[in-house]
Design a protein around this ligand. Sequence first.
Ligand SMILES: *Cc1c(COP(=O)(O)O)cnc(C)c1O
Length: 398
Amino acid sequence: MEMKQWMEQAEAHILHTYNRYPVVLERGEGVYLYDTEGKKYLDFAAGIAVQALGYGNREYNDALKAQIDRLLHTSNLYYNQPTIEAAEKLCEASGMDRVFFTNSGTEAIEGAIKAAKKYAYEKDGKTDHEIIAMEHSFHGRTLGALAVTGNAHYREPFEPLPGIVRFARYNDLESVKEQVTDKTCAVILETVQGEGGVYPAQEGFLNGIRQLCEERDILLILDEIQCGMGRTGHMFAWQGYGVKPDIMTCAKALGCGVPVGAFLMTEKVAKGSLKPGDHGTTYGGNPFVGAAVRKVLEIFEREKIPEHVREVSGYLEERLRRFQETYAFVKDSRGVGLIRGLELSIPVGEVSAKALEEGLIVITAGSDVLRFVPPLVIEKEHIDEMAEKLENVFRQYA
Ligand SMILES: *Cc1c(COP(=O)(O)O)cnc(C)c1O
């Protein structure tokens, strides 16, 4: 069947919540994707920061195939080996003490919010606790995660949303302090804002929030769903700041393609929050995703993926800065490691669509940022290839 026919069939049945790019992807190899007509694309989006190891990693694929034949699912009423080992590795890599596996990022946020609320409830027996979240943040689409997402357009049709949420400005410590009350139980933020336009937290901001939380006995929740798993050149972005959260969320690259997320916490939070009966999931942390996470973490450790990101990302930064120097419509180049953005004064949606025609997959963030979240295994040659293709697009606007 032709791509066009597939697209028509899709639009006839799938709920129209996405304006998709006009391409039907069929297979992947390394850092390249191929559509059903055989056209090749260099992938600088990685399925939105998911495919950290790229496509067709033999060792990862074999581990998953073996687990399919052994055991897919058990429910959380029983123990299973892959997930026990995945949990140990994830706690080791993060320095957190306890983990709960979920099926997605948004569910990890739900769990993190529940843990923070339960912690506050255990302390004072009250139920009217408040959470401070950031403007331009993105934490997911379920109701609790939406409530802390700083995008009024996403939130408004679904209000009232659960919880009492106060919004502060990212990288503005005073604005956070202004929102603190005796009822504040948690501050939630992305260590690097992703969807909102690729804004890394400033060091003083993150340190200041940590100190504020310490002083007021408020829990710090860091959302590492997009910026975690090696993307910044550290296993988790906060490790680059030396600012440890009380609760952390993780997803996207955690399973490198299988739907899995997690929220993790310190022993102190675990002891004072969720107890048997307070939270659960049927699928979460089943043997299949456990085998994926276990293998992903094993490969990350052996192949030193965060180190590789530190080595290769300077080159990407340099190459993107050159675009800023060359083209007046490139207003800013920012980010850290392999999560980067170019702020453009030309329509970014159009630019990413034209890039696709050139055989380059790049996505957007916010209304005016071109976002680069490639597989973490890219090499310099791929950065050169990306730059060449993007240059072909940018030249059309010069
Ligand atoms: C993608 C994302 C989420 C939501 O994850 P889903 O798996 O889509 O539910 C939450 N927070 C951040 C920072 C994200 O990038």
